[in-house]
Design a protein around this ligand. Structure first.
Ligand SMILES: Cc1cc2nc3c(=O)[nH]c(=O)nc-3n(C[C@H](O)[C@H](O)[C@H](O)COP(=O)(O)OP(=O)(O)OC[C@H]3O[C@@H](n4cnc5c(N)ncnc54)[C@H](O)[C@@H]3O)c2cc1C
Length: 472
């Protein structure tokens, strides 16, 4: 990038909109899991769509690459520029100053927000208007809606409300040549050809920069029932979920699975957490049902279905939260698992999905194959079983050398991803591809699919300036 281009970029964003010293840029050049150290020539923080468009146009004309970044909480290194010495001379484009709510329309059940809005702030703005924005994940205090849309984030309420791509009605995008596409439609019906907005969902910044979006809102739930259930086996989890869905008219908001080891590590390593049960069990589910009515029906229904599941021998024990505080405490166990595992040394993590009915088979095969491969490895699976999404995590054997264990990551990943693929599953259920799973995409996508990817990329970004080295 020559000095003239740099000066022009600085001029577009003004004095508050850029940084270029290594110290200032350092926190933005490493990913949240510390897998990648990146590099960039300059970090830009535009505060309007017009500024984004001017930056992209100038970069396109000068052949300068751009990596968009939201809250930088992504798990696949997608927001880290200049990894391994490739494209180090580019722009890191942070969207955090595009953080205005442009419109909220409670009667249309929509909110229009800029890409840099923090997810938790959007939830709060919706709640203030007595509406629910249901996307929910543990990073919600930091991640931004532009990042959520670009990774098609999942989270804990997918079962009821869908992935992020299901929550969007319209988008505004700056295309790789600097044109602005105003697709901010607030329509629930609009069958007028290709659904272009969906191309940008999960594209991880490789096709353009999302600058704003129209999101769907929902009625606020008036009543919730949260319960922690001990189960006989993973099959019982799937059966209980099916029972609850049928009985509640799809009132199940969340159905999370966790293995005993996850609970043990959370209780051991995170202060203030306790085991909800006196006896130890091997399999658990954290379940939440909700309703727009406040007539006590959800709690009664949950109790009656639990009763049936007890009689059928599926459920061994259950704790139904009697207060909001107890529900929060149960949720904290689930949310603490990733951090609790970090205290045990090396962890090899996966984010796979299979059809919900195949989860027990997946867990069985994956547990068997990995324990046969690494002596003493500790299997700690948890995840959004209601979506067929399991974070099949392996914790290093007690006393093993962390580096030796982590050196086997690729070998183990191949085993797990092959098993998921064999069950018609995915190697990345909700975290995306980014840099981390680029080779997996090459391995598991069909030739036809890869060709379509390449053609879409070439059509929108023929010079390859948008987030190079990621996804494709
Ligand atoms: C504690 C924790 C819990 C998490 N839980 C979940 C979970 O339950 N489910 C889940 O799916 N993920 C989860 N994640 C992963 C992460 O939070 C999500 O992927 C999130 O959607 C990323 O948002 P972000 O704003 O941080 O995006 P970033 O990490 O900044 O970027 C992610 C990708 O999107 C691109 N991008 C960002 N903004 C834009 C934009 N405006 N236009 C175009 N491209 C853009 C980037 O280039 C990058 O490729 C979790 C992460 C953490 C740290």
């Amino acid at each position: 990038m020559n000095d003239q281009t740099i000066d022009s970029l600085k001029e577009i964003v003004g004095p508050k909109g850029w940084m270029d010293t290594p110290d200032d840029m350092a926190p933005y050049l490493v990913d949240v899991r510390d897998l990648y150290q990146g590099a960039a020539r300059i970090l830009l923080r535009p505060d309007s769509t017009e500024q984004v468009a001017a930056i992209v146009k100038l970069c396109a004309e000068s052949g300068v690459t751009i990596t968009p970044q939201g809250g930088n909480t992504g798990y696949c290194g997608g927001a880290t520029p200049g990894i391994d010495g490739e494209h180090e001379d580019g722009v890191l484009l942070c969207l955090s100053r595009l953080n205005r709510t442009r419109d909220i329309d409670p009667l249309n059940y929509t909110i229009t927000v800029e890409a840099g809005c923090i997810l938790a702030d959007i939830q709060q703005t919706a709640a203030d208007a007595d509406r629910l924005f249901p996307l929910s994940l543990a990073a919600e205090g930091t991640c931004q809606i532009g990042g959520n849309l670009s990774t098609n984030a999942g989270g804990t309420a997918v079962l009821r409300y869908g992935n992020t791509r299901d929550l969007v009605l319209g988008v505004e995008v700056v295309l790789p040549d600097g044109q602005i596409w105003d697709g901010l439609r607030r329509l629930r019906k609009n069958n007028t050809g290709y659904d272009l907005k969906q191309i940008f969902m999960g594209a991880e910044g490789t096709l353009g920069i999302i600058t704003a979006a129209v999101l769907k809102l929902y009625p606020m739930p008036r009543e919730r029932t949260t319960m922690f259930v001990a189960l006989n086996n993973p099959e019982a989890a799937v059966t209980l979920l099916a029972r609850l869905r049928a009985a509640s008219g799809d009132g199940v908001t969340t159905f999370e699975y966790l293995h005993r080891l996850c609970l043990e590590l959370a209780v051991k390593n995170i202060p203030g957490l306790t085991d909800p049960f006196e006896a130890a069990h091997t399999h658990y589910a954290l379940v939440e049902l909700s309703s727009g009515l406040s007539d006590g029906r959800v709690a009664a229904l949950a109790e009656s279905v639990l009763g049936e599941a007890f009689e059928a021998g599926e459920v061994i024990d259950a704790v139904v939260a009697s207060s909001g505080q107890q529900a929060t405490q149960l949720w904290k166990i689930r949310e603490s698992i990733p951090e609790a595992m970090n205290h045990e040394g090396g962890v090899i993590r996966h984010d796979v999905s299979v059809p919900v009915s195949s989860v027990p088979e997946f867990l069985d095969i994956a547990t068997r194959r990995t324990t046969e491969t690494i002596d003493g490895v500790r299997i700690a699976p948890f995840g959004h079983i209601g979506d067929g999404n399991i974070h099949f995590n392996l914790v290093q054997p007690v006393g093993a050398a962390r580096e030796d264990f982590l050196a086997r990551t690729h070998e183990i990943e191949t085993i797990i991803h092959d098993i998921a693929d064999g069950l018609d599953g995915s190697f990345s259920a909700e975290h995306g591809v980014g840099r981390l799973k680029r080779d997996e995409l090459t391995r598991y996508k069909s030739e036809v699919e890869k060709d379509l990817f390449a053609r879409v990329k070439a059509a929108l970004d023929p010079d390859g300036v948008m987030n190079p080295g990621k996804v494709v």
